[in-house]
Design a protein around this ligand. Structure first.
Ligand code: SF4
Length: 603
């Protein structure tokens, strides 16, 4: 029996539902999850070794083979690629002496590409051993790698002053919050959380839910489900044990507003969870924090400690006997699909983040089969403010169907990337003017799963559920950008992130990406574009979750708004031998074989 593994297992109560935490602890001990310890873990957790390996393999940040003493993940978003990504990529390979994707048994470095790490306003950016480095250049990369080679840790390099990790100064030193407009709803300042909670507890749970219903608050995750209705249904669901989960897994490429909220207003978020717990009758809360935000972990733990000290978490909250509720932080491990609420719940239970079939919905059978209310960071923060300022105040902002304000994560071709609070109903032109995007041609709204808008055609449209729904991501492209490059990146992203349980999504995301490559290579014909529309509809209709349902959006929405970027690359009839047949690639294979035959296979 290995005593270190035993200590990890004991720390987590030999509880198989805490497998993600256990895998993190084991990887932190050994740099990867060693095969020789799987039987011990499996026996203690009542799972098979294969099950543990399969679970680990689902997540980007777990390694089951040695992957370098220092593991470096470079964010490969389209925005990074606008801002010097390739030079940083080359510098990393040059100074580490390692190629991306390679990490030998005894390598000092392992280099990996990773999708968005929530820093699109300050890219290129990377994680080294979980520590964040932003605004990279080839020169800063050279310095960082030299220091690592000299024996310093990533934490020492990023934090030379040794600031305590639970201090806001530490978080600010690593990452700029970039909140460029504040309030009235978010980042409003110094709420008296104790007084607010006491006031909430003066109303019944039903009255609290009624306030949220009347306010018109909708979930900020994208679908816009009515928050009050969700709380109402969860309260009404059968069962004594209920859970409140905060989804802090903002993985949509181009999104980073929750990062700012968790930095500048974490207690607004946690208090929203406490209010939800009171409303639905829950004793247990979980915040699912994406692994990319591990640098916030100690800071958030401190916020939770302070709330306990103030009597706002724990037993008899707000002096009310019987109202017991606490929150634990569940770290993710790198999987976009875990942003889907049932996949997130699976991950919280220590499994692969595979979305569940619905119904039953999480409000009926969620975490551990119990009724579970999942809302995201922004929704909980807004709920706190609604309870503080009242329904009338909230309803005065926004539009009939989209009440209040929302946060935008703005990045790409603009003067001031960052986080902005806007009233629902603001026009696209107004947003572009506010952020200094004077030459914008296209705007990707809501990340890859959203839609690509034409500034010329859509500038006067409003960001609101009545018109352009928006999950908060706004990525701007000016006329110098080749939009097909971003379409290629986005379709590859879906291909890589599909969990694979639905065949149409697993195969369709590959086929859609191949079609884009075909267009870019100049080998597509009109039939290929027609097939994209048909396949996109097929994948949409036969996918279990939003990833598959929206996987064709990057192609379909650019095809609708900017058909010329496709048409000018299509093969014309006279040059077409067979649709999708790449003559040059086929002949290249023939040439290689012929050369090998001529040289006796030594070429
Ligand atoms: Fe997984 Fe894709 Fe199916 Fe979603 S649609 S459950 S990501 S295979």
């Amino acid at each position: 029996m290995n005593v270190d593994i035993e200590a990890v297992l004991r720390r987590h109560g030999y509880d198989g539902t805490r497998l993600i935490d256990i895998l993190w602890d084991v990887q932190n001990l050994y740099g990867h999850i060693p095969a020789e310890h799987l039987p011990q873990m499996a026996a203690a957790l009542n799972r098979s070794p294969l099950d543990i390996v399969e679970t680990a393999s689902f997540y980007h940040f777990f390694h089951t083979t040695p992957s370098g003493l220092h593991r470096i993940y470079l964010s490969n978003t389209v925005i990074a690629k606008m801002n010097g990504y390739q030079a940083v990529y080359d510098a990393l390979e040059q100074h580490t002496g390692v190629r991306f994707g390679d990490a030998g048994e005894a390598a000092l470095f392992g280099l990996f590409e990773t999708p968005c790490i929530g820093l699109s306003d300050q890219e290129p950016a990377m994680l080294i051993d979980g520590v964040v480095f932003t605004r990279l250049t080839p020169e800063t990369v050279a310095d960082i790698i030299a220091e690592l080679k000299a024996g310093r840790t990533a934490a020492q390099i990023a934090n030379p002053a040794g600031l305590p990790e639970d201090d806001l100064a530490y978080v600010d030193h690593l990452v700029t919050s970039n909140v460029l407009t504040r309030g009235p709803v978010f980042f409003s300042g110094q709420a008296d959380h104790t007084a607010l909670l006491k006031r909430c507890l003066g109303s019944s749970p039903e009255e609290t839910i009624g306030t949220i219903v009347e306010s018109g608050l909708r979930g900020y995750g994208g679908a816009g489900f009515r928050t009050g209705l969700k709380w109402q249904l969860c309260r009404a669901a059968a069962g004594e044990d209920k859970y409140v989960i905060c989804n802090a897994d903002e993985g949509e490429p181009g999104t980073f507003k929750d990062r700012a909220l968790l930095t500048r207003a974490p207690k607004d978020v946690f208090l929203g969870m406490v209010i939800a717990a009171y409303a639905i009758g829950s004793r247990h809360g979980i915040i699912y924090l994406r692994a990319e935000y591990a640098y916030l972990r100690q800071y958030l733990e401190r916020q939770l400690r302070e709330l306990r000290e103030d009597g706002l978490l724990g037993y008899g909250i707000g002096g009310q006997p019987g109202f017991d509720f606490d929150i634990r932080i569940q770290m993710g491990a790198g999987a976009y699909v875990c942003g889907e609420e049932s996949a997130l719940i699976e991950s919280c239970e220590g499994k692969r983040g595979t979305p569940r079939l619905k119904p039953p919905y999480p409000i009926q059978q969620g975490y551990l089969g119990k009724p579970t209310c999942v809302n995201n960071v922004e929704t909980f923060a807004a709920a706190t403010r609604v309870m503080e300022e009242g329904v009338e105040w909230f309803r005065r902002m926004g539009t009939a169907e989209s009440v209040g304000t929302r946060l935008l994560s703005v990045a790409g071709d603009c003067r001031s990337p960052g986080v902005y609070e806007v009233e629902w109903g603001v026009t696209l032109d107004e947003v572009l003017s506010m952020v200094g995007a004077l030459n914008a041609r296209a705007v990707q709204i809501s990340g890859p799963s959203g839609e690509c808008l034409s500034v010329q055609a859509d500038g006067r449209r409003r960001i609101a559920y009545e018109d352009i729904g928006c999950n908060g991501a706004v990525t701007i492209f000016d006329a110098t950008r080749d939009l097909l490059d971003s379409v290629r990146d986005y379709t590859k992203f879906f291909m890589d992130e599909s969990c694979g349980i639905c065949v149409p999504c697993r195969a369709g995301t590959v086929d859609l990406h191949d079609k884009v490559e075909l267009v870019i290579a100049g080998n597509a014909v009109q039939q290929d574009l027609d097939e994209v529309a048909r396949w996109g509809a097929l994948v949409h209709a036969n996918s279990r979750c939003g990833l598959g349902a929206t996987a064709a959006n990057p192609i379909l929405t650019t095809l609708e708004k900017f058909p010329e970027i496709y048409r000018r690359r299509l093969r014309t009839e006279e040059h077409t031998l067979l649709a999708s047949f790449d003559l040059d690639a086929a002949l290249a294979g023939y040439e290689r074989a012929r050369t090998e035959l001529q040289t006796g296979g030594t070429a």
